[in-house]
Design a protein around this ligand. Structure first.
Ligand code: GLV
Ligand code: MN
Length: 223
């Protein structure tokens, strides 16, 4: 006799996302693989564009499994968000496959600050809560929406984007990328707490602010 399985709403959307969206997210920005599997050998001494493959006899089913997105991230920080990455560095089975996933947790009011992925487009689905999401084109046009559970948004590669929790409680979304290592440039930290720092003369002129404002931003961002 057939058994009915009932799924909670978040679990339903999570499964929908993984089954339907993830494979189609791979309009590979990364180069195509030339073999079935190439589990990253993160410790290889040679350097290539990506990672060399682990020898085939050493490849195990566990290389294609990752449970690092199952836990809620700690959002106790200045932005009230936490990004957990399932990229090739965390999940070596993704090597050469041209895809990766992030889990982003939001405290109430939390912000995933304006940032860029230099190597990937991003498509995300909200699992829980309500998020204001947006990106800005190179023509300075903001495209923005408020999303709730099950709704999606896509961010073209290399454009500045953000997500803000505008719901009452916590929020959660999953983002898929067409790169095994999309990279991230977080504008506030890149500009204000780089090592070594960008000279004040650059920042005062760029933002039309005085040095006191720069020092205040730096100390809030932890430098
Ligand atoms: C969201 O924009 C993310 O990069 O995880
Ligand atoms: Mn992003």
């Amino acid at each position: 006799m057939a058994t009915m399985i009932t799924l909670s709403r978040p679990a339903f959307f999570m499964i929908l996302f993984l089954i339907v969206l993830l494979p189609s997210a791979c309009r590979c920005a990364d180069p195509d693989p030339l073999q079935d599997v190439c589990v990253a050998n993160l410790n290889a001494s040679i350097s290539v564009n990506g990672f060399p493959c682990k020898p085939l006899p050493e490849v195990k089913s566990d290389d294609f499994f990752f449970d690092g997105l199952s836990q809620e991230g700690n959002t106790t920080n200045v932005f009230g968000t936490n990004v957990t990455s399932a990229d090739v560095l965390a999940f070596p089975g993704l090597n050469t496959l041209g895809l990766s996933v992030n889990r982003v947790d939001f405290a109430p009011g939390g912000l995933n600050p304006p940032h860029i992925h230099p190597r990937a487009s991003e498509t995300s689905v909200v699992i829980k809560g309500k998020l204001l999401v947006g990106f800005v084109t190179t023509g300075n046009v903001l495209h923005s929406k408020v999303l709730k559970a099950g709704e999606m948004f896509v961010i073209p590669r290399g454009l500045v984007h953000f997500q803000l929790n505008v719901g009452k409680g916590k929020a959660l979304f999953l983002a898929a990328f067409n790169s095994q290592e999309p990279g991230i440039v977080i504008l506030p930290t890149t500009l204000f707490v780089s090592t070594p720092p960008i000279p004040n003369a650059v920042l005062t002129k760029a933002f039309q602010i005085d040095e006191k404002v720069i020092s205040a931003i730096r100390s809030k961002l932890g430098s």
